[in-house]
Design a protein around this ligand. Structure first.
Ligand code: PMP
Ligand code: GLN
Length: 411
């Protein structure tokens, strides 16, 4: 008996049996496994495949933004900054909201900076949901939503967006709301479908939120990548500013996804609650990058129109190419993702298709069934990212020519 276990005996504690109690992963997180993005990027690297899976640009954002980051580091802006966000960045975000949407937020009390939209979503749910509350979300959903809801001890309720236009059934949304519903989590422009929620849909959601006294958490990270229609923040609808937590991120708008600088805009009371969670999750996000993102949000209008124009060309390039390969393309109105129906080529399992693709064809994509909980609609779909250079997209399309139909088309 070593002295530790002798002490344990003397104190009445059970000596350790060698390994700590199993399982390590709490019940809250069991079933979440490894994200599909990590799994598919790993397969892409293993097989030297062109990665049209995980949504990150294979090019850098603007030089003036990188320069602002370098300058901040050089001048020594490298220590913790204000917990709720550097004054320069929250001011730039407030200006941006007013410039693009006419929404006025007080930078110091209503804008908060996070380590990416992912942390903003997590902190918001931690702050605003009691254990046992319900959160309504549309499926397919961005995968962190379900895990963040689970970690907050809340319960997700799903409403399925149906192909080909990914509309939802109004009755289904109304029935998903119960006495326990605290919030609706809405993502528009929507990953992975590329749907931009229409004004009528936003009005319906707002009407339900007001009538049933719900909060709405809006994930607007693709706000500047819209090709058809326009992005309308729900917070701008009548009576919605006070019950909406608007979330966005610099990652997609400025092509620096690895910087992880995101934000919320919400009333002072909602912001105070969210900040309470944020102060114990990260406290503050990378200071020099906050300076750089402040410069980014102050970019002239032609930066933003250029981003949309460039992504529109990439969307058309990839969509046209995928159609030539024989896939049914569900052309997106926004985001940098496109879904295709793989039944056109006789495949009927997105997961099998995406596990085969890197090794046999040399391209990686994402199986959307990872983003569904109640419907198996994702089984026939595959998500491709076009936040890649034209050369990369062409090289992937050339490889995809090898894709031959499997069996008889399933419909
Ligand atoms: N929401 C959606 C819909 C996304 O696609 C992503 C991106 N990856 C995020 C949130 C996370 O954004 P961030 O990288 O800023 O955490
Ligand atoms: N948002 C990115 C996508 O949808 C990936 C983010 C991540 O890897 N967690 O592809």
């Amino acid at each position: 008996m070593n002295s530790d276990s002798a002490t344990a005996h003397a104190s009445g504690l059970r000596p350790g049996a060698g390994r700590p109690r199993q399982p390590y992963l709490t019940a809250r997180l069991q079933g979440f496994g490894t994200t599909i993005f990590t799994e598919m990027t790993r397969l892409a690297i293993e097989h030297d495949a062109i990665n049209l899976g995980q949504g990150f640009p294979n090019f850098d954002g603007p030089e003036f933004v990188k320069q602002a980051a370098r300058a901040a580091i050089e001048r020594g802006d490298n220590q913790y900054c204000r917990m709720a966000g550097h004054p320069e960045l929250v001011t730039a975000i407030a200006e941006h909201q007013e410039r693009f949407y006419g929404l006025r937020y007080d930078p110091m009390t209503e804008v908060t900076v996070f380590s990416g939209a992912t942390e903003a979503i997590f902190a918001t749910l931690q702050a605003l949901c009691e254990v046992g509350d319900e959160v309504v979300m549309f499926e397919p959903y961005y995968d962190s939503y379900r895990a963040s809801v689970a970690m907050a001890g809340a319960t997700p309720r799903y409403v399925t967006l149906r192909a080909p236009d990914f509309g939802y059934d109004r009755g289904e949304l109304e029935r998903a709301i119960t006495q326990k519903t605290r919030a609706i989590l809405l993502n528009s422009p929507h990953n992975p479908t590329g749907k931009v929620f229409s004004r009528a849909e936003l009005e319906h959601i707002a009407e339900l939120a007001r009538a049933r006294d719900l909060l709405v958490i809006t994930d607007e990270v693709y706000e500047h990548i819209v090709f058809d229609g326009e992005h309308t923040p729900l917070a701008g609808l009548p009576g919605m500013r006070e019950r909406t937590v608007l979330i966005s991120s610099s990652g997609k708008s400025f092509s620096f996804t690895g910087w992880k600088i995101g934000h919320t805009c919400a009333s002072p009371e909602l912001s105070a609650a969210i900040r309470c969670a944020h102060q114990f999750i990260t406290f503050c996000s990378a200071t020099p990058l906050q300076h750089a993102v402040a410069a980014a949000y102050r970019a002239p209008d032609d930066y933003f129109t250029g981003l949309t124009r460039d992504y529109r060309a990439l969307r058309d390039r990839l969509c046209d190419g995928l159609a030539r390969v024989g896939l049914d393309v569900l052309r997106p109105a926004g985001t940098y993702f496109v879904l295709t129906d793989i039944r056109a080529l006789g495949f009927d399992s997105d997961v099998e298709f995406c596990r085969m693709l890197p090794q046999e064809i040399g391209v990686a994509a994402i199986p959307p069934s990872a983003f569904y909980s109640q419907s198996d609609d994702g089984r026939h779909l595959v998500r491709w990212a076009f936040c890649k250079t034209a050369e990369t997209i062409d090289a992937a399309l050339a490889r995809l020519q090898k894709l031959t139909p499997r069996g008889r088309p399933a419909r």
